[in-house]
Design a binder for this molecule. Structure first.
Ligand code: PGA
Length: 234
């Protein structure tokens, strides 16, 4: 299983360091075959001495240049970071990132051999129109993305489930993951309101290869519990 924490705009640099140390200590003392990822806030990126895969939540498709407020690979290379999250719901819907820019980022970081966790997910009004419309919407979010890329991990994160405490039904998750699986061999994560209480139910569903966790990952103890629970299904 893949267990990933998206820390979003949480934690200072010092707090992130403590958090990563705690997770790393847990991994060193508890055998796990899970692949663990942490995506810290940009200012907390660093060269951590850990087996945790540390990734960037975002970067501009450039090495350096005049892109105020962004970071490029020059800043990521400083810390040896070769993993990136692309297409997250908050980048798409809060920061209005277009599919064109998302596809451009995908191509850029693919060419550099980054491990890419690529997110798709439908808003509530699309889900309410049924399975066909939902899949059409998700397919449009994959436009310009090379689904055969060997270092791709897909994440299905319904927008209405993120941070809301509402989960799709098991059938909704199974159906979307099955449809994505026919299009792509990459591991497929589920994300949206995953917590210690429900992770097992989710990781037992077919074609769920792991989870991407936001809010519930902010407590290091809870994130460690989720790593342990996911181990049962590894
Ligand atoms: P959540 O967020 O776990 O807080 O719902 C998931 C995500 O945004 O990746």
């Amino acid at each position: 299983m893949i267990v990933a924490a998206n820390l979003k705009t949480h934690f200072t640099r010092a707090h992130t360091k403590e958090y990563i140390l705690q997770i790393d200590t847990f991994l060193k003392t508890n055998h796990t075959t899970n692949e663990v990822f942490v995506f810290p806030a940009q200012t907390a990126l660093d060269s951590f001495d850990t087996d945790i895969n540390i990734g960037a939540q975002n970067a501009y498709p450039t090495d350096k240049g005049a892109f105020t407020g962004e970071i490029g690979t020059q800043q990521l290379d400083e810390f040896g970071i070769k993993t990136i999250l692309i297409g997250h719901s908050e980048r798409r819907h809060v920061l209005n990132e277009s599919q064109d820019l998302i596809a451009k980022k995908f191509k850029y970081f693919q060419n550099l051999g980054y491990k890419i966790v690529f997110c798709v997910g439908e808003p509530k009004e699309i889900r309410e129109q049924g399975d066909v419309k939902t899949m059409e919407y998700l397919t449009s979010q994959l436009q310009g993305v090379d689904l055969g890329y060997k270092d791709l991990i897909l994440a299905y994160e319904p927008v209405w489930s993120i941070g809301s405490g509402h989960l799709p039904s098991d059938k909704e998750i199974i159906d979307v993951h099955a449809a994505l699986r026919t299009a792509c061999k990459a591991p497929i994560l589920y994300g949206g309101s995953v917590k210690p209480d429900n992770i097992r139910q989710i990781t037992l569903l077919s074609n769920v290869d792991g989870v991407l966790v936001g809010g519930a990952a902010l407590k290091a103890d809870d994130f460690c519990s989720m790593i342990s629970i996911a181990q049962c299904d590894a």
